[in-house]
Write a protein that binds this ligand. Sequence first.
Ligand code: EPS
Length: 395
Amino acid sequence: MRRLRLLTGGESHGPRLTAVLEGLPAGLALDRAAIDDWLRRRQHGFGRGGRQRIERDCVVVSGGLRDGRSLGSPLVLEIANLDWENWSEVMDPWRVDPEAAAKRAVTRPRPGHADYSGGAATDQLADLRNVLERSSARETAARVAAGAVCAQLLARYGIGLRAAVLRVGAHEVVAGPPSWEGLAAVRADSPLVTPRPDDEERLVAAVRAAREAGETLGGVVGAVVRGVPPGLGSYVHWDRKLDGRIAQALLSIPSVKAAAIGAGLEVVALVGSEAHDPYVLADGRLARSSNHAGGLEGGVTNGADLAVRAFFKPISTLRRGLPSVDLGSGEPGATAWERSDVTAIGAAPVIVEAMLALVLADALLEKLGGDAVADTDRAWQALAERLAPWWQPNR
Ligand code: EPS
């Protein structure tokens, strides 16, 4: 069974981030500009901190590609950290200087971050930088580069993704689950990547107010995948159910505390006859008159739009600081702040798209296989024929 695997490496202020994507069939043509465009989207968003003025994220491929086509070997994607230049001494991989290290050690864990929990896990409580460098959301740049590649595989089969911010802090823009049409209106220059331009001013003002108060904000991202064939995932095995795999991928995004598929939490308030999506005929095809299930039934895609939401907590580095305890001196003290995002919610839609693209490309290859992409194409054709007349590809 062909599976996709993604491994990322690198620290926030190290020389670079690396993504190793293994399992792509050979012969897949990739578009570099499209990967860089996804990376640009991840740097976007009103309320980001000073770091995004330093970085110019773009992809360097150092393995697995030749003449613009995948070789079937691990695809190695790298993104330089331009800020490394300012951190090369602190982050030097080989320099051993215990005195200097003790002087600049980070010892007050930020509530909400992995500082204490990660330090406890790896016996690195003496200097929390050893944890925070890796737990920083900067790592999502590597995921986005790999996700952009996965999206190009999906696009080959007419599968497309859209995502947008549905809520910033207490300010709701779109209630309930997202729809494909509802996400269409997001302009590339939208400061908070929302589908409702009229709400933008209100949201920008909320972020400004949070910045002035030294506060941070979370929010909700909605995403829809269109053109997914029915039958991806498994109803047989708990660890292969696609809703579970999607939830894991979404909850692995830094700051995400909840994930919903389709109507999610709202479905509990409905009675059965309202909750379940009736089968109807539309132009001779099987369709649904609602999509509370969000495109997944029994852990398997059902051919409807796959609709998810991810719920982000506010960033845990606050200018005003938060109560903490200095693990060196044992004294209470506020957390430190140098710079941080007021909200990173504007970056979140493309990160959600990347994780969805990764899970769906994995599920698609699990279904279709193919050492060469031409083999994958033939398997896709055969699948589309088997699924006709109830379902047709989206192209
Ligand atoms: C990020 C870079 C980081 C943070 C942010 C994500 O830059 P720095 O720490 O140098 O300011 O701005 O990480 C967090 C919000 C976090 O809590 O870790 C990026 O490139 O996305």
